[in-house]
Design a protein around this ligand. Structure first.
Ligand code: PLP
Length: 420
């Protein structure tokens, strides 16, 4: 990329050339998935007759808001689900997951997570380790867990525990989150669901954060009863300013709508305040944006593999989420990486990220984020909890060409400090 705009050392430039060569064949596969999903999304827009009039804002109660009602139908079609809720009122992914869980679970129920310890911010929602005022635990919901075995779902143990516990809800996290285990493919999720359904009447919920549009199918197409995710990740396409979605069985979506607003009113209320256009547009862009994020993740993996770092997934592995972890081995590397990446951000390129005590996380975290939407991790961003195994988790990139710059500047910063 050395030109009149950006310059890096010969070392980083030549490693980037090698990296690009290595992953070029994978790009065709990503394009094929993007094209399929883009057509899936476009056909849902056409089928539901999305029109400009639906972008009109409602205020107050928001009764009869056409845009709000139709985007739910569009999302339901995209996810091949009976029903969906797409709302700017979901404040983030954690909130969306929490609303779904509180909507479906009642005192005395058991929730069984079968993919090991869930994402950090969900701990307070569930009440793991006694944390969380007003957690599910406070309301008498029992939490149980089946750990991963060699970082993969332990199918035999899942069968045994589901049979024993007869949980109301089985919870699956598709993405790796802040851990090094591989993300789950829809094929693996299908296998878990088959086991759960053979041994119980449990409803299956999938935390689909970071997973949307990475494959041609979604968890709802392999039997998940409910999926949920954030609109400032994949499903918002980098356009939605805030929000979340749930999709799945109609009876469960209805229960969740009663928790989102209030029993009896559910989805009938909720002013869209002018957000509808961006939610539609974001959903429309999502397959393409996810494709760009996956290309960016592969490039980052390939570049740091050139410098001898471990990566998960590997640059040429199949991908079921947009997260890329690079094992940078120590704190110095993590800090240089994040501070370097920040220099390539379109927004706030001039700030220097520092480690901080982020709410909901157990250790200090350093983050690189220079986004149009605050904290949007569909935009190029990196998070590194300063704890073993000193891995940086990076994700996003609204387009590959700009993300490539940020990733190369991360490497360049490490080179400048003599770390690579
Ligand atoms: C991001 C994420 C969440 C939480 O979403 P926020 O928008 O950060 O609240 C939950 N689960 C997984 C797997 C995630 O990646």
């Amino acid at each position: 990329m050395n030109n009149e705009f950006f310059q890096v050392s010969e070392k980083v430039a030549s490693a980037a050339d090698e990296a690009l060569k290595k992953i070029q064949p994978c790009f065709a596969k990503t394009d094929e998935i993007t094209e399929y999903n883009q057509q899936k999304v476009l056909s849902a827009f056409i089928k539901n007759g999305v029109s400009e009039a639906m972008f009109a804002e409602s205020t107050g109660y928001g009764y009869g808001d056409r845009g709000r009602d139709v985007i739910d139908k569009v999302a339901a079609d995209i996810f091949c689900a009976e029903d969906a809720l797409v709302r700017h009122n979901f404040t983030c992914g954690t909130h969306t997951l929490a609303v779904a869980l509180f909507g479906m679970l009642r005192p005395g129920d058991t929730m069984l997570c079968v993919t090991g310890l869930p994402y950090d911010t969900i701990h307070s929602v569930i009440g793991i380790d006694g944390k969380g005022d007003g957690s599910l635990a406070d309301y008498g919901v029992t939490y149980k867990q089946v750990d991963l075995k060699n970082e993969k779902p332990d199918y035999d143990e899942i069968a045994k525990r589901v049979k024993e516990e007869q949980p109301k809800l089985v919870y699956i996290q598709r993405s790796r989150g802040y851990s090094l285990r591989p993300s789950l493919s829809c094929e693996e999720i299908a296998k878990i669901i088959e086991i759960v359904k053979a041994n119980s009447n449990a409803d299956v919920m999938v935390d689909n954060c970071y997973g949307e549009f990475t494959q041609k199918i979604e968890p709802t197409q392999v039997g998940a009863d409910i999926i949920a995710g954030s609109l400032i990740k994949n499903a918002g396409g980098g356009i939605a300013k805030t929000g979340g979605y749930v999709a799945g069985r109609a009876d469960l979506v209805e229960k969740i709508s009663y928790r989102l607003t209030t029993p009896g009113l559910g989805r009938e209320v909720g002013a869209t305040l002018g957000h509808s256009r961006e939610l539609f547009m974001g959903l429309f862009f999502a397959p393409h944006t996810v494709g760009e994020a996956i290309k960016s993740a592969r490039f980052a993996a390939a570049l740091f593999e050139e410098f001898g770092f471990g990566t998960t997934p590997k640059s040429t592995d199949d991908r079921f989420d947009i997260v890329q972890s690079v094992l940078l081995r120590n704190e110095e590397n993590l800090i240089a990486f994040c501070q370097g990446m920040q220099k390539g951000a379109p927004i706030d390129s001039f700030v220097t990220p520092e480690p901080w005590d982020m709410p909901g996380y157990d250790s200090k975290v350093i983050m690189s984020a220079g986004a149009f939407t605050g904290g949007a991790s569909i935009e190029l961003s990196a998070d590194a909890p300063l704890r073993e195994p000193f891995a940086v988790y990076m994700q996003g990139g609204l387009n590959f060409h700009s993300a490539k710059v940020g990733i190369m500047l991360a490497a360049e910063e490490m080179a400048k400090r003599g770390l690579i």
